[in-house]
Design a protein around this ligand. Structure first.
Ligand code: TRP
Length: 344
């Protein structure tokens, strides 16, 4: 069976977004809006798998919404909404909790990392997080999911859940629908080189909103002066910039800054490396600052402006949630009928 192409992605409202979120995800989303039907979700239900201060969760949900819009997503073309406002996510997640196997969840590296040594004390929600993520995608029968490397394992689990559901309920699927398969196998959607932005203080660590040093990251709402200052302070090494032949062996910071330049300029990294080979960091940083300010400052200005109008952001989410529910509800109803629930 073929399914119409549909894109789904989600961002957690758990803190200010960084350049990593922007280059790795948000800035790419607008590339899809003319090609596919797209749903972009603020996954507030995923956020509470780790305790969130309610006031902050509320503000951060509007913050991610503002970031979607500031990154160029048009709310008329895309469905922008928050997860908890569409009940079908939770309903589908329950069905999927009963399809997924404990052994599958036990293999999830993100759970192991997030639960750490205190596994017994992690929330049950954190453990079944991937089945909620599968529900997010499959309750719309989304076929394409823009995700970074860290979410690939969860997407594979969503494929396994889809396949097992299709298999376990094959008889009712065949009699109640004309098709052989009820859920598609969602595929990762990554155009161009996957961008992993590393910390400005330690090129071996991912740029993270939870790093105690604010100088380790560029936040999406940093103003031009802050961006410039953080690039100036970014860690480098004393040598000139390498050419491709020298490689980046042991020079993670140099590689990261060149990668950021390439992503901002939307140029292949090789071209950027060739252009700056042999130059000093002081020179390169000037160019990088200019480019970063030119591309990021308009986004951050717009983000700050939008955050000043929470009423508008709430109405975007409400309208988006209604459109999302209109797609999800019939699929959820059919799922219930397939499972054998009375009333569906
Ligand atoms: N788990 C994703 C992350 O932390 C967020 C997410 C939730 C998501 N549901 C999704 C991403 C569905 C893609 C599709 O980055």
């Amino acid at each position: 069976m073929s399914f119409p192409e549909r894109v789904f992605s989600g961002v957690q409202p758990t803190g200010t977004l960084t350049l990593g979120n922007y280059l790795g995800a948000l800035s790419r989303f607008s590339d899809y809006q003319d090609k596919y039907e797209c749903l972009y979700c603020v996954v507030d239900m995923h956020a509470i798998t780790m305790w969130q201060d309610p006031k902050e969760l509320h503000a951060n949900t509007l913050g991610v919404t503002a970031a979607y819009l500031a990154s160029g997503l048009d709310p008329a073309k895309n469905i922008i909404f928050n997860q908890s406002q569409v009940a079908a996510h939770a309903e589908m997640a329950w069905v999927f909790n009963c399809v997924t196997r404990i052994g599958w969840l036990n293999r999830m590296t993100q759970f192991k990392e997030k639960a750490g040594k205190h596994r017994e004390n992690a929330s049950a929600g954190l453990y079944v997080y991937p089945s909620l993520m599968a529900a997010d995608i499959l309750v719309y029968r989304a076929t394409h999911v823009p995700v970074g490397d860290d979410q690939k394992q969860h997407l594979e689990l969503a494929r396994d859940i889809a396949q097992k559901f299709n298999h376990d309920y094959a008889d009712t699927i065949r009699t109640q629908t004309n098709g052989e398969e009820f859920f598609p196998q969602p595929e990762p959607l990554i155009e161009g080189p996957a961008m992993r932005v590393m910390s400005l203080r330690d090129g071996t660590k991912k740029m993270s909103k939870s790093d105690p040093s604010d100088n380790s990251r560029i936040n999406m709402d940093d103003d031009a002066d802050t961006i410039a200052q953080k690039i100036r302070k970014a860690k480098t090494d004393p040598d000139a910039l390498p050419s491709l032949e020298d490689g980046f062996e042991g020079r993670a910071e140099a590689e990261n800054l060149l990668g950021i330049y390439a992503a901002l300029a939307k140029e292949p990294k090789n071209d950027v490396v060739t252009r700056f080979a042999g130059q000093q960091f002081s020179e390169f940083k000037k160019e990088l600052t200019e480019l970063a300010v030119e591309t990021l400052a308009p986004v951050s200005n717009e983000l700050v402006r939008l955050k000043g109008d929470p009423g508008h952001l709430e109405s975007v989410l409400k309208a988006g949630s209604e459109r999302a529910a209109a797609i999800a509800e019939p699929i959820m109803k059919q799922t219930k009928a397939i499972v054998g629930f009375v009333g569906a």
